[in-house]
Design a protein around this ligand. Sequence first.
Ligand code: AMP
Ligand code: GLY
Length: 420
Amino acid sequence: MKDKKVLVVGGGGRCHAIVDALLRSPQVAEVFCAPGNAGIGEVATNVPIKDTDVPALLAFAKERAVDLTVVGPEAALAAGIVDAFRAEELPIFGHTRAATQIESSKGFAKELMQKYGIPTAAYRTFTDFKAARAYVASRPFPAVLKYDGLAAGKGVVIAATMEEADAALREMLLDEKFGAGSVVIEDYLTGPEFSFMCFICGNQVVPMPLSQDHKRAFDGDRGPNTGGMGAYTGLPFITEEDEAFACREILCKAAAGMCSEGLPLSGVLYGGLMKTPQGIKVIEFNARFGDPETEVVLPLMESDIYAVFEAVAKGTGIPQISWKKCVTLGVVLASKGYPGGYAKGIEIQGTDTVEAKLFHMGTARREGKLLTAGGRVMMVVAEGATIAQAREKAYSELRKIRCENLFWRNDIAHCALNNE
Ligand code: AMP
Ligand code: GLY
C-alpha cells in the first residue's frame, strides 16, 4: 500500500538521488527532505531544518508521524542522529555515532583493517612530530600523511619530498591547524581507484554496482581536488573476480569486524578502493552513500528502496536487490571558480528540456527563477547500453542547460573509454 512517509536528511545531489529512488517505491506516499534544495523541492517537500539539528529533526519526525528516516551526510551521523532516534524507537537508516568512526577516524579504520586482515596500505600512527618525521625519513617517497579526525577531506597530504612532509607534519602536529590529533602515515599505493558501496546490517552485506568518480576539477585529472566532478558505472578494469574478492575480503570482513567490536554497522558502507599491482586495497571507508557516486548508482536500482532502507533500519534482513543491466554516466555542472571562490545567484535556464536525470546539488529558487547556490550546482545522469552511449547522451542533454557561470569536465569516464 502506498502510505509511507519518509524523511530524508541532507540536501545535495546524493539526497536528490535518494529522494528520486524513494519516489519510485510502491510503498512511499510522501517524502520530506531536510533541508533539501530547489530540485528536491519540485518532487518532495523541503523542510527548513539543518541536517545536524538532531532535536529539531526528531521533533519533526514525531510530529508528522514519519515511518522512516534516511540519513545522507556523515555530519548528521557524527552528530548522533541515529542514537537519538533509536532511543525514542523511531526507525532510522544510518549508523550510530560510534560506528561512524569507521569514516570519521582514520586511525580507527586502519586498526580495524589490521586486526581483521583487510587489505590496505602499511601504516603507523603518530602524535609526536619527531617520531613521525623519523618514520617518514625511513620510508620511500611519496609519503601519504592523513590527519586523524574530520578535516572535510582536506586532511590528506601526498608528500613527494622530505621538505613537503616536514611542512605538513608541522601543520598537523605542531600548529594544530586541525585541532589536537594524530597522523596516520601510510605507504603510497598506485592503480585505478573505484567506489564499492553496499547496504549493510550487522553481518549482512548487499553490494551495489561499482562506480568511479572524478575528484580533480579539470580534464585529464588535472587541477585542484573537488567533491567530485562526475561518475559512471560499469568499470571495465574491474573483473568479476575482483568484485567478488572486494566484497568478501573487504566489505564482509569490515561488517564482521565491526560486529566483533560491538559496533555493528546499519546503513551504507562505502569502500574507496584501489586496484594495485598487489591486489585490491582499501584507501578509505565512508559510513554513507558517496557523492557523486549515488547519483549514478541508485538510478539503476529496480527493487523497492524503501523495503531495503526499512529492513536495515529494523534489522529484519535485507531483501535481494535487482539492478538494471545498462550503465550510467553523470557529469557535474559546477560554478566557475569552484573549488575556490565563486559567484552565487546566477540564473539557470533550460532544465525542463533535459531528457535525462537531473539531480540538483546547489540550487535555489527565488521569485520563480532557478539560481546557482553552491560550488557544485547540478548533475546530469544518462543511461546507455555502453559507457560511450551514456556519455554521448549525458553531454548532449547537459548542453540544453543555459547558465553563464557553469563549467564541467568533458572527459568523464576517460579511463573506461580507452578500455571499452
Ligand atoms: P582519503 O581521504 O583517505 O580517501 O584520501 C584522499 C585521496 O588521496 C584518495 O582518494 C587517493 O587518491 C589519495 N590517497 C589516499 N591514500 C593513498 C595511498 N595510500 N596511496 C596513494 N594515494 C592515496
Ligand atoms: N565521492 C567521494 C565521497 O563521497 O566521499
